[in-house]
Design a protein around this ligand. Sequence first.
Ligand code: NCD
Ligand code: ZN
Length: 350
Amino acid sequence: MTDQLTIRRPDDWHLHLRDGAMLAAVAPHTARHFGRALIMPNLVPPVTDMAAALAYRERITSASKGFDFTPYMALYLTEDTPPETIHAAAADDAVIAVKLYPAGATTNSASGVRNIDRVIPTLEAMAETGLPLAIHGEVTTDTVDIFDREKRFIDDVLDPLRQRLPELRVVMEHITTADAADYVASADQGLAATITVHHLMITRNHILAGGIRPHFYCLPVAKRSRHRDALIAAAISGDPRYFMGTDSAPHTDEAKLSPCGCAGMFTAPVAMACLAEVFANHGHLDRLEDFTSVFGAHFYGFSPSEQKITLRRHEEPVSVMPVIEADGDQVTVFDPMSPVHWSVDDESQK
Ligand code: NCD
Ligand code: ZN
């Protein structure tokens, strides 16, 4: 069995870094392993214009000082985002996507889009300029079961939108269902998907069977094993339309372990080790590099990194990472509750 694997430095095409003390605490955990990341804009208040995006980018750059790490920004789409903002973003290399949150779908999405018809002129500007739309693909209708919200979004919102604006480049973020993987596979152009580490490792049983485990609660919520298996098949397929976005989304333990806990898992420190485990267990370590370091870069118009990281396999499972501290608060690191035998070599951590 391979015990060492050197690959191009990976990129994370869906990442939450937060701000302030949390940003300072979590940014190095990404910057150590990843060369670039697409930073999600769901701060309070959200990052809706160029000035806010560029200021946030500066704060991230100082929080990741000492590492060779470049953040790229996504703007938060609201029903008031003018087409001019899209033209300004398309003209600036710092912003590479616009994020669509259906209002109420997830953490800090209240300023998101209620009615897609209201943002059509803005989306037309995106189709014209080629700026991709990164979509949180879930309907928010109360009457739709939470496990069905991704599929309903594809049928009711995404497919009609893509037929209306076939030139719009779309990334379905953090897909969680076989339906989404199939939908991406069936598209002839302009559609890709990110897949997280945790959705390749857990099912809804992790959240609910044998006790409720809030650290596994994220959105879109993990589904049954058939869907996880479809995501694994997509990730290891070598199809360039699927690439990694961790959706690493830190919350304090206090916010997670509450009667109404927050959605999101902090996976960044263990993401590469966990992915090596998944790809190795499915006989496709040879395709890890494309998934983590090549396909996403190509989608966003970059060359894959010339730098390398080395992953090493250990005989015994590696131990779970300790909690990290953010200004006195604790943040729990993702533990898949299954053995992980891999780690990233220290000398490849910059
Ligand atoms: C994310 C967060 O906490 O910002 N939470 C999550 O469960 N994934 C938001 C998101 O991407 O949905
Ligand atoms: Zn996210």
